[in-house]
Design a binder for this molecule. Structure first.
Ligand SMILES: [Ca+2]
Ligand SMILES: [Ca+2]
Ligand SMILES: [Ca+2]
Length: 448
């Protein structure tokens, strides 16, 4: 196991052999690349040794790294490509003596599962009646690699257009530093073959939309600009970019502003960390080493700090605790909504009777400072209306735009802020993010 990734086996660094991994032998490089016509296949034994016997003299190609928790490292005997690069995981060997030795360098990796689900009872845990939400994007950031990406200027130069196909499917890799993944088809997101390192995983401030190429690229461009400059303007200037339609990104943009402030700070802080020491340290020590980063990240909602160690073991370090796990659940709430019927209450009984007609007017939701949070025009034909994507934890006031319309329901008699004194306010709903209530019914009878 090549802990330091230099392609050389160093016992002094406790780089031990890896048991029970597959090794295959081929006559040609092409066969090795395509895993076809293997001369022989074997598996390393309990102490990580393998052997191929009774071989005719000549040149062979060995391939390894078939396991999803193993990533080959380039070493001196790795297959050389035409452009001078080398292929990790395929090694060229010349068999011309009775016995030969060949070390194979590899790193342990982790297979992670990310589950965005609708957390109906907001306990942060996926209960049996709660389902995976499709179309929710999660960003997985290797802090060290991202710091390097930014410092070297490669992030600014990164050509997103070269990633067109994957952007269409809602997942995109900026090198192996920043990964975007979007849930689909009711399945959890799989992150196979994750290198050892320090990671943060967070709900994206936007969702990548299946098939929306240009939209996805501008969203990612905006996020790249946040990471490189801490500047949120690009995203805020274009509200369509941040419309996730759920509770991780409240309409006041607080989440986004925190991302812009704290993620670049965490990336800067990782540069001061001795990452090799961190990776070798036990979990408690690594927690202590990363206090500064943890402090920064704990200010971000819906964000995890993750350590994948040199053995591929994975720990969730969020909140200064540690849990060994490869599963990361992201509880999501749909934003609150108001629904009901708005109608001319012909018989003035305060309730809707089937013969009563729809009443078309503007309906507006204000906050206490008189800012418009949502406004709709109700239908001339259909009596039902919906005002969705309302904020949590905000005192709201519902007003009928038509000042002359007389509300025939139970009058709202509570406090009305000065800024709304001249509005036709009929109700004052409030949704707490700590409460599972997210739908309110408000029928609006209008006196004829
Ligand atoms: Ca080494
Ligand atoms: Ca739950
Ligand atoms: Ca009625």
């Amino acid at each position: 196991m090549d802990k330091n990734g230099n392609g050389v086996k160093e016992l002094a660094k406790l780089e031990l052999s890896i048991p029970k991994i597959q090794v295959a032998l081929y006559k040609t490089a092409d066969d090795a690349k395509n895993d076809q016509n293997a001369v022989a296949k074997t598996t390393t034994n309990a102490v990580g040794m393998y052997s191929f016997t009774k071989l005719a003299k000549g040149t062979y190609f060995m391939r390894y790294g078939f396991e999803t928790n193993l990533k080959p490292v380039v070493q001196s005997s790795s297959l050389a490509n035409a452009d001078g690069t080398k292929t990790a995981g395929i090694v060229q060997v010349n068999v011309n003596q009775l016995m030969g030795f060949q070390d194979l360098a590899a790193k342990r990796t982790a297979n992670l599962t990310v589950t965005p689900f609708e957390d109906l009872n907001i306990n942060g845990v996926k209960d049996a009646n709660e389902s995976i939400m499709n179309g929710k994007t999660v960003i997985f950031i290797n802090l060290e690699k991202t710091a390097d990406l930014i410092q070297s200027g490669r992030l600014n130069d990164f050509n997103l257009n070269s990633q067109i196909t994957s952007a269409l499917s809602g997942s995109l890799d900026i090198e192996d530093a920043i990964l975007f993944r979007t849930s689909a088809k009711g399945a959890a997101i799989q992150l196979p073959n994750v290198d050892s390192g320090m990671y943060i995983m967070m709900r994206s401030p936007f969702n990548l939309t299946l098939g929306d190429l240009l939209g996805n690229l501008s969203k990612i461009n905006a996020l790249v600009s946040i990471l490189t400059t801490g500047d949120v303007e690009k995203l805020l200037d274009d509200p369509s970019l941040i419309a996730t339609g759920d509770a991780a990104t409240a309409p006041d943009n607080e989440y986004l502003k925190s991302v812009a402030k704290y993620v670049p700070e965490a990336i800067r802080a990782v540069s001061a960390l001795n990452i090799d020491k961190y990776l070798e340290a036990d979990v408690q020590t690594s927690l202590n080493m990363t206090k500064q980063i943890m402090n920064v990240v704990s200010a971000l909602p819906a964000t995890r700090v993750i350590k994948v160690d040199l053995n591929g073991d994975t720990y969730d370090l969020t909140g200064f605790k540690f849990t060994k796990t490869t599963n990361f659940d992201f509880g999501i709430r749909k934003l609150p909504q108001l629904t009901g019927k708005i109608f001319t209450d012909a018989n003035q009984n305060g309730v809707f009777d089937t013969s009563e007609k729809a009443y078309s007017t503007g309906l507006t939701v204000y906050d206490r400072d008189g800012r418009v949070l949502k406004t709709i025009t109700t239908s001339k034909i259909l009596t039902s209306y919906t005002m969705d994507k309302l904020p949590f934890d905000t005192q709201m006031y519902v007003g009928i735009n038509d000042a002359n319309a007389v509300f025939g329901g139970k009058k709202y008699s509570g406090y009305i802020p000065a800024s709304l004194k001249d509005k036709n306010i009929i109700a004052a709903p409030y949704f707490s993010s700590k409460d599972s209530l997210q739908n309110l019914t408000l029928d609006i009878p209008i006196l004829p």
